[in-house]
Write a protein that binds this ligand. Structure first.
Ligand code: 13P
Length: 278
């Protein structure tokens, strides 16, 4: 079984995308920086995708450009979607049953493991509740994961990546994030599973570099930043000065969105060198 992400693998940024254009912009950042990356789809984006056409495009573009691109289903709470993603060829899936009691989270995660593992698809699960807004998920509790719960979860499941609430949030931060770096270290002491950081948007380069300095941090998720870059690209192409020169040009709008997303993603990918864990 090809575990693309494991204790010895490289570290990845995982960018949330919603269609072929946003995927291409992120992949062009991978080409530009020579880094492999993960493209991930939220449950809502996944619902709207033409799955087979999307994966065919992503994999063939990656192959043509000689970059490794992995496809991940992010924060999924529906087993049917996971089954479909597994059948379509997604490389990994995240079962998010974190709002349920621990025993139910374990049970649901095991159901996913059973249907994913036989096809070589990796499974990410979440313990504790990562706060903020990701589709309609918005947790209300403080939710920092306890090491006892993590231990119990790991004893009773065979996941491939672990996401735990360490104080990062989805979406923009109000104030300075209080990240529990000690929890990342404690988790590394009990397991060599890749650790996934959610809520990458709004973390400064310094914080991202610090996170990447932990050997078990293997995946950092970036979603809101992709949407903000998209918005910035539209706004730039709509500026009066641009419009006066060329009039309304859908191609120019597309190009501006593409470049804005590519530049944002390329900047993040450059941090992989700076934060490299030893
Ligand atoms: P941000 O929207 O804060 O980047 O969070 C992304 C994420 O963790 C997706 O799972």
């Amino acid at each position: 079984m090809n575990k693309y992400i494991n204790a010895d693998s490289q570290q990845f940024f995982a960018f949330n995308v919603w269609n072929i254009e946003s995927a291409k912009a992120v992949m062009d950042a991978a080409v530009q920086s020579g880094k492999s990356l993960i493209l991930q789809t939220s449950m809502k984006a996944y619902e709207q995708l033409d799955k087979e056409e999307f994966i065919t495009y992503v994999k063939s573009y990656g192959k043509k450009k000689k970059i490794k691109i992995f496809l991940h289903l992010d924060h999924c709470r529906k087993i049917d979607y996971i089954r479909e993603a597994v059948d379509c060829g997604w490389d990994s899936v995240m079962i998010d049953a974190s709002e349920r009691p621990l025993s139910e989270n374990i049970k649901m995660t095991n159901e996913v493991i059973e249907l994913a593992k036989s096809k070589g698809v990796l499974v990410e699960a979440e313990i504790g509740q990562i706060r903020g807004q990701e589709d309609e998920i918005s947790s209300v509790t403080d939710g920092i994961a306890s090491i006892a719960d993590i231990q119990k979860f790991l004893k009773n499941t065979d996941i491939d990546m672990i996401a735990a609430a360490i104080g990062t949030v989805h979406g923009l931060y109000k104030g300075i994030p209080n990240i529990h770096y000690d929890l990342i270290e404690q988790i590394a002491e009990i397991t060599d599973l890749p650790f996934v950081v959610h809520g990458g948007t709004g973390l400064t380069d310094e914080v991202l570099i610090r996170l990447l300095s932990y050997k078990n941090v293997k995946k950092i998720n970036i979603s809101t930043d992709v949407k903000l870059a998209y918005k910035k690209g539209i706004e730039k192409s709509m500026q009066k000065s641009v419009m006066e020169v060329g009039g309304f040009d859908p191609l120019a709008v597309n190009r501006s969105i593409h470049d804005s997303i590519q530049n944002m993603a390329a900047k993040k990918l450059r941090l992989l060198e700076k934060g490299k864990a030893t």
